[in-house]
Write a protein that binds this ligand. Structure first.
Ligand SMILES: Nc1ncnc2c1ncn2[C@@H]1O[C@H](COP(=O)(O)OP(=O)(O)OP(=O)(O)O)[C@@H](O)[C@H]1O
Ligand SMILES: [Mg+2]
Length: 235
């Protein structure tokens, strides 16, 4: 039995036009990620990692090529449908946490459920469960400014989990954390992977990438290394 592909990219390219110049941020990227995989995307600054993340997360669309998320061709979707896909199939974790400063931890975590139309009582229950899962059961009423950086990132992970998404996308999730909090966040991602989640972790830190089961390297907009077999290569 072949596992389901959560992500299937076929010859995906992304070109940004800025004034007269064109930037080829991704060139013909082909990548398949199966359910339950934990994949690190590594590569130097400017290589195209965030561009890839934005496409995987349906925050941006490819210039050419095909992207299927959970079997659905995303280029066929309207803006409203894309927003629904983002909200229900993908959990995002960013370097800058991206929490709303005026809302308590549980109010931040329930937000994706508000957009999904889940009722109030269930939202509260699920948000509190997710916060318990990341070890913050005692902090549900705290605002972001009343939490440490590591705790804020754990709130963001709870928010990414609360919809039970097909894919968790983390772009440099430890980039703003000290080493102790980074370890906590990485341990949490390990635990999520062990419980069957599909995770894509974007990082330029090889030590962080080592936690994943597989890593792919982006260089100048192309996937190199593990994902690209050396066809016709002779030593
Ligand atoms: N909105 C945009 N408009 C024009 N060019 C862009 C845009 N976003 C990214 N680029 C260019 O595309 C290339 C890839 O950028 P990207 O942000 O994907 O790199 P990255 O691998 O995430 O880098 P970093 O490790 O620094 O975050 C870069 O050359 C960048 O300048
Ligand atoms: Mg980036």
């Amino acid at each position: 039995m072949t596992p389901d592909a959560v992500v299937s990219l076929e010859a995906v390219s992304k070109t940004y036009a800025t004034g007269a110049a064109e930037v080829h941020a991704l060139r013909g990227v082909t990548l398949r990620i199966d359910r339950g995989e934990y994949v690190a995307v590594i590569g130097p600054s400017g290589s195209g990692k965030s561009t890839l993340m934005n496409i995987l997360g349906c925050l941006d669309v490819a210039t050419s090529g095909r992207y299927k998320l959970n079997g659905v061709d995303v280029e066929d979707l309207s803006e409203t449908e894309l927003a629904a896909v983002r909200n229900t199939h993908i959990g995002f974790v960013f370097q800058q946490f991206n929490l709303l400063p005026t809302l308590s931890a549980w109010r931040n975590v329930e937000l994706p459920l508000v957009y999904a139309g889940v009722g109030r009582a269930e939202r509260r229950e699920r948000a509190q469960q997710a916060l318990g899962r990341v070890g913050l059961a005692e902090r549900v009423d705290h605002r972001p400014s009343e939490l440490s950086g590591g705790q804020q990132q754990r709130v963001a992970i709870a928010r990414a989990l609360v919809t039970d998404p097909a894919l968790i996308l983390a772009d440099e999730p430890t980039g703003n954390l000290d080493s102790r909090s980074s370890e906590d966040v990485m341990a949490l991602l390990d635990e999520l992977h062990a419980s069957g989640r599909t995770i894509v972790l974007i990082t330029h830190d090889l030590e962080v990438a080592a936690a994943a089961g597989r890593s792919v390297t982006v260089r100048d907009g192309e996937l190199v290394g593990a994902a690209a077999p050396l066809v016709g290569f002779r030593a």
